[in-house]
Design a protein around this ligand. Structure first.
Ligand SMILES: Cc1cc2nc3c(=O)[nH]c(=O)nc-3n(C[C@H](O)[C@H](O)[C@H](O)COP(=O)(O)OP(=O)(O)OC[C@H]3O[C@@H](n4cnc5c(N)ncnc54)[C@H](O)[C@@H]3O)c2cc1C
Length: 259
């Protein structure tokens, strides 16, 4: 079974700062980590390999330093990791990101399942998984909390819904996004850490995956960040003077005006 896991390197904090001039994330001085939801996607990929045999290939689209995140996935059981990096990918929104990922997955050609996290810590849209399945023209299941069984060309899973769980079956290949209830990710093994240090991480650029220039990066991104702002909360306070009766009367008068 050939398993592809998509991961993203994100700032290791929820205290994200925005550059007010460029409307982009301030990444300087912030430690990067593998997006937490993607560690569950990777763990599930490794568990599927252990259950059914096969190979786990991890891919990420990102700048050169995302290689560090890919090495971490090798220490956690991935067999191969590929970095998709090219200046032409810079400025990609979720649509262009999914396009690049889909081109790389098509280049991998032999795949049975693509596993993504439910969402990222920074972009937080949860759009990449569904967009990816649309571009690959294969089925999609979101919020997967358990993989029950894979038999021949079918997969049966449980997915989380507000009222409980749903059991769904579909054909492979398919894209799934997973929630953190699906497993408990393992820690890196000594053998894995040694392998991660020396592993070769191929870097695929736009030409190598056959990505068209006007479909990636800024030209391929229909979304524009028009404005980023923090909601302003105004706090006002007032102390009523006088006797208790006078203060209560003033308070009632004020409340009546509000209502
Ligand atoms: C106009 C615009 C310009 C942008 N420019 C940049 C930029 O220059 N640089 C930049 O870093 N970001 C940029 N972004 C943000 C970028 O588009 C998103 O971070 C990215 O598309 C993923 O969206 P998300 O973080 O919401 O992922 P989600 O949809 O929340 O992620 C779901 C899952 O998809 C997978 N996934 C998501 N992203 C990747 C990835 N890159 N590689 C592999 N798997 C992935 C993971 O499994 C993840 O758990 C830009 C966004 C917009 C709207």
């Amino acid at each position: 079974m050939n398993i592809v896991v998509c991961i993203k390197q994100v700032p290791g904090t929820t205290e994200i700062k925005i550059d007010p001039k460029t409307n982009t994330l301030v990444r300087e001085g912030v430690k990067s980590i593998v997006n937490p939801f993607d560690t569950y996607a990777l763990e599930e990929g490794v568990r599927l390999k252990e259950r059914y045999g096969g190979k786990v290939t991890v891919i990420t689209m990102g700048p050169p330093q995302a290689e560090e995140a890919l090495r971490e996935t090798i220490s956690l059981g991935a067999d191969e990791a590929i970095l998709l990096s090219d200046r032409a990918f810079a400025g990609s929104d979720t649509w262009a990101t999914s396009y690049v990922l889909s081109k790389a997955i098509n280049k991998i050609a032999q795949y049975d399942i693509v596993i993504c996290g439910r969402q990222t810590l920074d972009g937080d849209t949860g759009q990449v998984g569904p967009e990816l399945s649309e571009m690959l023209k294969i089925p999609f299941i979101s919020y997967v909390s358990k993989i029950e069984e894979i038999k021949d060309t079918h997969i049966r899973v449980q997915r989380m819904i507000e009222e409980g769980h749903e059991e769904i079956e579909t054909t492979l290949p398919a894209v799934i996004t997973v929630v953190k209830e699906i497993n408990v990710p393992r820690l890196p093994s000594l053998r894995g850490s040694m392998k991660a240090k020396t592993a070769k991480i191929p870097v695929w650029n736009a030409a190598e995956i056959g990505a068209e220039a006007d479909k990636a990066g800024i030209p391929g991104s229909p979304t524009r960040v028009v404005k980023i702002f923090f909601p302003k909360r105004e706090h006002k306070s007032e102390i009523f003077q006088g006797t208790v009766e006078e203060q209560v009367a003033k308070l009632v008068e004020r409340l009546e005006k509000i209502i």
